[in-house]
Design a protein around this ligand. Structure first.
Ligand SMILES: CC(C)=CCC/C(C)=C/CC/C(C)=C/CC/C(C)=C/COP(=O)(O)OP(=O)(O)O
Ligand SMILES: O=P(O)(O)OC[C@@H](O)CO
Ligand SMILES: [Mg+2]
Length: 246
């Protein structure tokens, strides 16, 4: 199982996940990014986006699988974010949405497909922080954002997720966010719950990644910073080294 493997490996060191958006990335380019990312030492390829992800999803995932041997995990923005070609899916509920569609209805609509296609589901609470409510994911997801200065709200939601049987939490600041999720929020959630902690949004330097790994993140997600096809291997190498040095 992919989940057991990432659990085991992330207990030794923080893992690096590279996010590929199937809306803006052609299949060939996605394959190249995954190939370079693997060479640079990335651990996981995430595939997803808020808008239009379904159009070329199978082709993008197939191209990644052909070019790299890393696990490919779906990061769905809606029911069209499901592909039987992937190894696993972050089966997410956006707990701080004010619209029940994003908390439980999308999941109900996707569940039978996920099961029939045999995709490993990784039950994940998705929490969007300020300024992520201004990102595509936050706008689409009717988010009531977690205030940056109130990490205890993140802990309250994460504890509820744990008690509901979820095993992972994704702390999100929004793609391209000016500021990533505060270190205090990563720390309070990782120290006080059993959840695996995934952190993403606005992490665009090795330092920002390292601070969050040090605070207890199990998986650091990087999208925008490696999205352009330049020096991907080198960028990945530097970030991987920074988060491993803990
Ligand atoms: C469980 C299933 C199948 C669906 C539900 C999925 C949920 C709860 C989604 C929450 C709302 C949402 C729109 C999340 C988007 C997550 C995501 C893939 C973000 C990637 O970043 P982008 O949204 O692509 O950022 P940009 O579009 O700004 O690049
Ligand atoms: O594009 P970036 O800012 O790296 O964000 C990645 C991811 O957390 C977005 O959902
Ligand atoms: Mg995107």
């Amino acid at each position: 199982m992919i989940e057991d493997e990432i659990r085991r490996r992330s207990s030794e060191e923080a893992l690096l996940a590279i996010l590929i958006d199937p809306f803006s990335t052609e299949p060939d380019k996605a394959g190249k990014i995954a190939y370079e990312a693997e060479k640079g030492g990335a651990d996981i390829i995430l595939v997803g986006g808020s808008i239009g992800a379904g159009a070329m999803l199978d082709e993008v995932v197939s191209s990644i699988k052909k070019s790299a041997s890393l696990p490919v995990i779906l990061f769905p923005g809606n029911v069209d974010g499901v592909s039987g070609k992937a190894d696993a899916i972050l089966f997410m509920s956006l707990l701080n949405s004010s619209n029940p569609y994003w908390i439980i209805q999308a999941q109900a609509l996707a569940a039978i497909t996920v099961k029939r296609l045999g995709i490993e589901a990784i039950p994940t609470a998705y929490l969007i922080f300020e300024p992520g409510h201004k990102s595509a994911a936050g706008w689409v997801g009717w988010v009531n954002p977690i205030p940056r200065k109130k990490p205890e709200i993140a802990l309250a939601y994460s504890t509820a997720a744990e008690l509901l049987g979820m095993r992972w939490v994704y702390l999100e600041a929004g793609s391209g966010a000016e500021e990533p999720v505060p270190v205090e929020a990563v720390k309070i959630v990782s120290e006080n719950t059993k959840l695996g902690v995934i952190v993403g949004g606005g992490i665009r330097s090795p330092e920002l990644a390292a601070e969050r790994a040090k605070a207890g993140a199990d998986i650091i997600v990087i999208g925008t910073y490696v999205e352009r096809e330049e020096n991907i291997k080198e960028k990945v190498e530097i970030i991987k080294k920074a988060i491993s040095r803990i």
